[in-house]
Ligand binder design. Structure first.
Ligand SMILES: [Zn+2]
Ligand SMILES: [Zn+2]
Length: 376
């Protein structure tokens, strides 16, 4: 008797939509006919989705072969690579008419004069930033397409990892004490940390990469040359040879970390350990100035990272963070925050100071640069 009623059945699509939405937040509805067939055959609400459309990313059950909207063959989920396994090889280029083949031809008196004259405006600076943004977007787009990444279906850590890979290679380690480091355009992250710490570490190291890339842009602009490994080594040297530039670099990285996780939780240890070992070499005012300059760089870097980290992702990152960090924010560390920054004019002067003093130091240390160069 009850069975006889089956011929009067039809699917309540509105209800189905609600239930599916709760079960699979990214589920897309297909034609009524599809559901009717699927329900009759399986007699259940949940249909396992083992295939997806490589174009619109809609999910499909195993027995389907094509996406009738996009008119393409479906892919199997096993073809989706985990973000961690995606090979990234991002290339950031700056072009100029000169191309220098070795350190000796870059580090000349003539070039020092060019650097010192500093024909460089905020417009030039903005061009550099735009170039970096464009390249990273292109890199990310390629990765998504080549690996069928479904942005709606990856974890917060996966999301951050994916955008980090639009800039640099990311490797993992499970040894040693440091949480992560950045070297030769590669970020290495310790995967024994919880995901919130991996996210913070990744953003911190990414900030180091971006500051170096900004330096590359400035040098290429001033010397009207294309970027190559020699220029890259000089930029790395400029940011690390002296405590003044190391402090700027570290402070900027700490600030970016705080912006994208939660202020009060970031770890200032690298900055503090440089200050500690300085032994009065810089006055407290000078140290504060490195923080202000660091703020200027951090603002630019945040601006670049915000292409990828929108409000939603930012909220997700904060959720992950709160979940893992039940302690109170570190108010002592918050006292280290400096909220000043330089005007455009002052900022250009700071960049001038960094590159001229750094370039001069590099001229006197070509052997050291050769060592860096070979160290790849
Ligand atoms: Zn499709
Ligand atoms: Zn650092």
């Amino acid at each position: 008797m009850l069975n006889e009623l089956s011929e009067f059945l039809e699917v309540d699509y509105d209800k189905k939509k609600l239930i599916d939405k709760a079960l699979h937040p990214t589920y897309c509805l297909r034609s009524p006919r599809f559901y009717k067939d699927a329900l009759m055959e399986k007699c259940e609400y949940r249909i396992p989705h083992t295939k997806f459309c490589p174009k619109c990313n809609r999910k499909y059950p195993e027995k389907e072969n094509f996406c009738m909207d996009c008119l393409v063959s479906l892919k199997h989920v096993s073809e989706r690579k985990p973000i961690r396994d995606i090979e990234a090889n991002p290339v950031f280029a700056f072009k100029g008419k000169n191309s220098f083949e070795d350190f000796k031809s870059i580090l000349t008196e003539d070039n020092l004069v060019r650097i010192n004259e500093f024909k460089f405006t905020m417009k030039d600076y903005e061009k550099i930033i735009k170039n970096i943004k464009k390249t990273s977007l292109k890199n990310m787009d390629e990765m998504i397409k080549e690996n069928y990444v479904d942005l709606n279906d990856i974890s917060t850590l996966g999301n951050v990892l994916l955008f980090a890979k639009s800039f640099v290679k990311v490797d993992y380690k499970s040894y040693g004490q440091v949480l992560g480091y950045f070297e030769n355009d590669k970020i290495v992250i310790d995967d024994r940390q919880n995901s919130s710490l991996q996210i913070t570490t990744m953003i911190h190291e990414l900030a180091h990469f971006l500051l170096k890339e900004i330096m590359n842009g400035v040098l290429c602009r001033l010397l009207k040359c294309s970027k190559n490994r020699h220029i890259d080594v000089i930029s790395t040297y400029i940011l690390s040879y002296d405590n003044f530039t190391r402090l700027i670099d570290e402070y900027s990285a700490h600030c970016c970390e705080g912006r994208f996780t939660m202020y009060g939780y970031q770890d200032y240890s690298s900055f503090l350990s440089i200050v500690k070992q300085m032994d009065g070499e810089m006055t407290p005012e000078e140290i504060e100035m490195t923080k202000s300059i660091g703020n200027n760089f951090a603002n630019t870097i945040k601006d670049i990272l915000e292409i990828f980290i929108d409000r939603d992702l930012l909220d997700d990152i904060k959720d992950v963070f709160e979940h893992h960090n039940v302690e109170k924010p570190n108010y002592e560390m918050l006292k280290l925050e400096n909220c000043n920054r330089l005007t455009d004019e002052g900022y250009l002067k700071a960049i001038w100071l960094i590159v001229t003093t750094g370039f001069k130091a590099a001229m006197d240390n070509i052997e050291k640069l050769e060592e860096y160069y070979k160290g790849e």
